[in-house]
Every structure is written in C-alpha cells, then in structure tokens.
Design a protein around this ligand. Structure first.
Ligand SMILES: [Cu+2]
Length: 661
C-alpha cells in the first residue's frame, strides 16, 4: 500500500451506482500496446472467418456444445418454461461448457412471470473435470511466499488453499428473492455430480422449483453455477444465462410497441486466473502496521503491510457480447453487432454483466465519441423506485453507467439521428493497482434503420418450453404512438414491491465487514481473499465449502453493514436472496439510495503515516437490508469477482425463522 497514489472512484450522488473513475490518459506505450493487441485480434478474427466452421448450436454426440461461434448480433433463444418445466443439461466439449435446452447449446434467455413457479431440471453431463481444473490450476513459485506474521493488535490471517475442481455443478438464480432452501435457491448443499469424476453430490440431476413472489421486482436476473471453488472456471467456460421476470411494465411496453433486446456480456478468459505474478508480492513494512495499530481498537486492526501490492497485468481479458467476441482497439464496423431502431422509436436494452471479474462503464457515443443520452429504467432487476414504491423516471443522461460484475442495467435507448453511427461502449475502468486492465471497448453499433430488429418480448405461450425468439420482430411503426413516446409508458402509481419500506425501517444493528487479500503462503502462485466481520477476537479465514455461518440474525431484523475494502483493487459486495439500498459511499450520503444486489466497493487509498485514522483508508460502502421470515435460511454473501469468491471471499449469514426464537 505504501507509495500508492490514485484517486477514489468518482461518483455522482443520486445517479445510482457509483461509477469507477476513468483511467488516466493512456501513455504512448499503452497506446502502442493496444494497437498491437487490436491488430492481433483483427488478424486472428480474419483468419477465423476464412476457415471457421459455420455456426451451428445443435448439441450432438460429436459436438456437445455445437460448432463455431455465432456472428455479431446473435440473439440467443428465449424460453418460457411451463409445467413440467425446463430440462437444462450441462454438457462439455473440451475447454467449453454449455447449457443445452431443447437440443440447442446456446444458454437460453428464460422468461417467467411475477408470481409464477419456475422449474428447471438441471442435469450434469460434464465428462472431463480435469479440463475445468486446467482453467484455474495455480502455477508454482520458485520462491515461496511467507505467512502473514502474527502481530499483536491485528487480526490473525489464516492461509487458504486451492480447491481442486470436481466437475460438480448447480444453479443459482441471481437476484431472486426466494428462500435459500431446496428445491429453491440452495447453493450450499444442492449440487449435481459429473458423468465422470468424484460423486460428492449423490445425484446427477436436480429439479429446482423457484416460486417467484408476485411482488418481486420485474426485470433482468440471471443464472450461473455456484459450487464453491469452481465458479470462475465454469463461468469462463460458458455457464451463464439471463432470466427476465416479466410484469405489468413489460405488458405496457409491449402494448406500446416498444421492443427489447437482451445483451449478455460474458468473459471468456482471465489471464491471471490461478496466477499472481511473483513481482507483485509485498515486502513487509512494520512501521505501517505500527501506525495502523495505534489507531484501531485492540486486536481489530487489518494488516495492510503484507497485502498484495500492485500487479503488472499486461494482458487484457477477452469479453463477448451475446457470444460474439468483443474486439479490442479500433476495428472496422463489421466487427460489431449492428442494431437498428426505427427513426423516432425506442427500445429497452437489458444488459447483463455476466463477466467473471470485468467491470463495465456503459455509455452510448456517436462516431466522434460525443455522448448520446440513455435513460436508466432499472438496475439489478429492480425498476427504479423510491422507498414508498413510487416509480422514479430520471431524465435521459449522457453520464456513463457503471455495471460491476453480476450487475444488470435496463436502458431505454432512442434511435440516433439519421446518419449518425452510435456505439455502445464501455469506458476504461480504473480497478486499482492490483486490479485488471480494462481499456475502453466498443460493444455494438446502433443506427436509425427502416425497421427495428429487436426480438419483442413474446406473449405468454401455453406450449411447454416455447421457443419464443431468435425470430425477428415484425417491423414497428416508424413513429411511435403517444403512449410509446412516454418512456416506459405504464401508469406511475406507487406500487409497493418486495423491497419497499426498507429505508423506513428502524436499523436494529450495524456491522462492519472488511475485505482483505494476501499472497498465498507456500509455492502456490495464488492470492487468498477474505471477507470478515470486524469484531474483537475475529480471524481472517477463507471460506471453505461447508463452513458454518459467521453471522446469525433473527428473521425480520434490519441491519446496516459498512463494507470496507482494505485492498488495492476494486471488489464487489453481493448477498443472495435480498436487495439492499446503498446509503453512503466513502462516507458521503447517496441522495437517492439505489436498490441493488451487487455494489462496487472502492479500493483503499494511502493516507500518510500520520493521518488521524491510520496510514491506509479503506474504501467504504454503507448498505441497509432487511431479512424477512420468508427468506429464512443460510444466505451466502461474497465478492462477485468470482475468482475472489472461489478463493475465500465469501461467508454465510443465517436467518433464523420466527419459530426458532
Ligand atoms: Cu473481490
């Protein structure tokens, strides 16, 4: 941490999610490197185009995950399971994993109504767990790392260990306000065994039945595996998909002729998976600890002297948009998905950041880089509402919108003026000096076109697993109706939902939760990650599968948690089952506290040895949440940079049902 500068991420109070600071102007060397990378991507994509097999997502014995990669602008199939539910099979083709539904290896966008039951039978046909292990196996160091020494006044740091991959998989429905109890969203005890490999789950298939509460917010959710230790590998290899929970707003938009598009950003590679460059290891600086110790209560100081300092990540991780590679650099327009919206019309874009650790900072810009307006409708599956349930409709903005890993944003996008080429971009994100490089990238191109081409949300189908989309929309009116010209269209009555009234509740208790990370002792080229409630006598222990809950609360209680980031990189805080409101960022109140299920936690900053609160100031986020009796059970909370989660940055909160008191 010593000598580390860097400003805190900037934020705009009242604009929802904090936005990461833009990276500083690129050095000439960085620019050259980016150009080089762009040239490589172009050359390799041209080579691919020449001899690449034609895209065919049908799952066969010879090609379990289909053949080829889809062209830019690909739309995944949409399914609306009805009784008896959807059969979803995980298959493997070497270093690829895929969800197969109806014989098609293309993770479906699953649609379900508020108040309905969603049933999915997950079957595991993974046949080569070693190929998954290869994606995250740690390298070996020539000079082993030492343990974090025990220093009086500081929390003890217990080393972590590599979790060998088993090939077991399961399903987490991210953002669903359903109980953490089988057959609903229990990720801690429910899993399915691979076709080849250890049988630890006792079953090859499991039927989930999630009862979507009628008042669970309508919007964009998603599904992914949650077997501790192999989440990152399975997601990188292909296991992520979107869920749209539909309600009255969708009906109103559909009636108004407003189309929609589901955009899934995935990460297909993590260059430092399983690796921490030896050059990044820290040297002990005892003075720093001494100074920190002087300011903290007894035995509750976080060791920052032995933390991971800076890394020198030269590589840039690969992202995809709806399974088409997102180019790096400045390629020709043919490299992008090209969307068209009829002049004067609007579309809803539902964007899911399903990346394993890449932050997005989204904006719409024209061909000269000038920002174009977007209107934010929803975040993390929740239409923007105040605490009483009144729908918030902030005006269109040109401010970029931060979407951390696992976050979602739903945008109302207007056709750009005729002749303008607009681009959906993610700006460069400063993830801290121990974080990854995230340069600016263009994701897709948008122009005003003769007809909209988004797939409309289809009406409910009585056919089991009706394949609703990959069909083109019928052309919509070039001039929207009066209703359609009112963004979002539906009536604006206050409508209490599952999370309404949270801010009005009395806070029963406040906790401080700390994030920390240290090079793993020994010769494993890895980092250990920690999430711990700060209380006297606590120890930093990496989460291991089966660990007991570290926090227990009574159902019905409301808490505020201050999440502290003591590291040199961005992390995120995510908790299953419940959404929270973000009250403060780095001590500054947020004007209209957003309702989220994942929030970025700013990295720590150096404050100088003689600073009042010690030499290192953690990044801080204060959140408020309540744990209703309907969600009683063991609720995981963790960082959603899934490599961090896999390597310890996770814990479990037990919510006791009323009867147990
Ligand atoms: Cu993290």
């Amino acid at each position: 941490m010593i000598g580390r500068g860097g400003a805190c991420p900037s934020r705009r109070a009242g604009e929802g999610r904090p936005s990461p600071a833009r990276a500083h102007a690129r050095s000439a060397r960085d620019a050259m490197r980016a150009l080089g990378a762009a040239a490589l991507v172009l050359v390799s994509s041209q080579a691919r185009a020449a001899d690449a097999p034609r895209y065919d997502p049908r799952s066969t014995a010879a090609a379990p995950c289909g053949v080829g990669t889809p062209p830019p602008g690909h739309v995944s199939p949409e399914l609306r399971p009805s009784a008896p539910g959807l059969a979803l099979t995980v298959r493997q083709d070497g270093s690829r994993l895929c969800y197969v539904a109806d014989g098609v290896a293309d993770a479906p966008v699953i649609r379900v109504r508020q108040g309905a039951e969603l049933s999915i039978t997950l079957r595991n046909e993974i046949d080569d767990p070693a190929a998954i292990e290869a994606a995250v196996a740690p390298g070996r160091l020539q000079v082993p790392n030492g343990r974090v020494p025990h220093v009086p006044g500081f929390y003890d740091v217990v080393p972590g260990m590599h979790h060998p991959v088993t090939g077991a998989t399961n399903l987490h429905v991210h953002g669903f306000a359903v109980p953490p109890v089988a057959p609903q969203d229990d990720v801690l005890t429910v899993c399915t065994d691979p076709a080849v490999g250890p049988a630890t789950c006792g079953q090859r298939a499991f039927t989930y039945r999630w009862r979507v509460p009628a008042d669970m917010p309508e919007g964009l959710y998603w599904y992914h595996p949650h077997v501790h230790g192999e989440v990152q590998a399975q997601m990188l290899m292909g296991l992520t998909g979107a869920i749209v929970v539909e309600g009255p707003e969708d009906d109103a938009r559909r009636a108004a002729g407003i189309g929609e598009r589901v955009l899934v950003v995935r990460q297909t590679q993590d260059l430092d998976a399983g690796r921490a460059p030896a050059a990044s290891m820290t040297a002990a600086a005892p003075e720093a600890n001494a100074a920190s110790s002087a300011h903290a209560p007894p035995d509750t100081a976080i060791d920052t002297a032995h933390e991971l300092l800076c890394t020198s990540n030269a590589g840039i991780d690969q992202l995809s948009l709806n399974d088409t590679a997102v180019p790096i650099g400045d390629p020709p327009d043919a490299a992008f998905a090209h969307y068209e919206i009829a002049p004067g019309a609007r579309e809803v874009w539902r964007v899911l950041n399903a990346a394993t650790d890449a932050f997005l900072d989204l904006a719409l810009v024209d061909q000269d880089g000038r920002p174009l307006p977007l209107q934010v409708l929803a975040r993390d599956g929740s239409p923007l509402r105040d605490d009483a349930g009144a729908r918030l409709r902030p005006p269109p903005t040109t401010a970029s919108q931060a979407v951390p890993p696992a976050g979602r944003i739903e945008l109302l996008v207007a056709a750009p003026p005729p002749g303008v080429r607009a681009y959906l971009v993610t700006h460069a994100v400063d993830t801290g000096c121990a974080g990854d490089r995230l340069p600016e990238r263009r994701l897709a191109m948008l122009t005003a076109g003769p007809a909209a081409s988004a797939s409309p949300a289809s009406p409910a189908s009585s056919v089991s697993s009706a394949r609703a989309a990959s069909v083109k929309a019928r052309p919509r009116a070039a001039v929207p109706t009066k209703a359609a010209s009112r963004p979002g269209a539906p009536p604006m009555r206050a409508q209490a939902d599952f999370f309404s009234g949270l801010l009005a509740r009395k806070t029963d208790r406040t906790r401080v939760i700390a994030f920390a990370e240290y090079p793993r002792p020994g010769d494993e080229d890895r980092i250990d990650f920690y999430i711990v409630e700060r209380r006297p006598g606590a120890r930093l222990v990496p989460y291991m599968m089966g660990d007991a809950p570290t926090i227990t609360v009574d159902a019905g209680t409301t808490e505020e948690w201050v999440i502290e980031n003591w590291t040199n990189e961005l992390h995120t805080f995510h908790i299953h089952q419940v959404h929270f409101r973000v009250l403060e960022i780095d001590g500054e109140p947020v004007a209209q506290p957003p309702l989220l299920d994942v929030v970025e936690v700013p990295y720590a900053t150096a404050a100088g040895y003689h600073a009042k609160d010690g030499p290192v100031r953690p990044g801080r986020v204060r959140v408020k949440m309540t744990f209703p009796a309907s969600l009683a059970g063991d609720i995981p909370f963790h960082c959603h940079l899934v490599d961090h989660e896999d390597n310890g940055m996770m814990a479990v909160l037990r919510v006791l049902p009323p009867a147990s008191r």
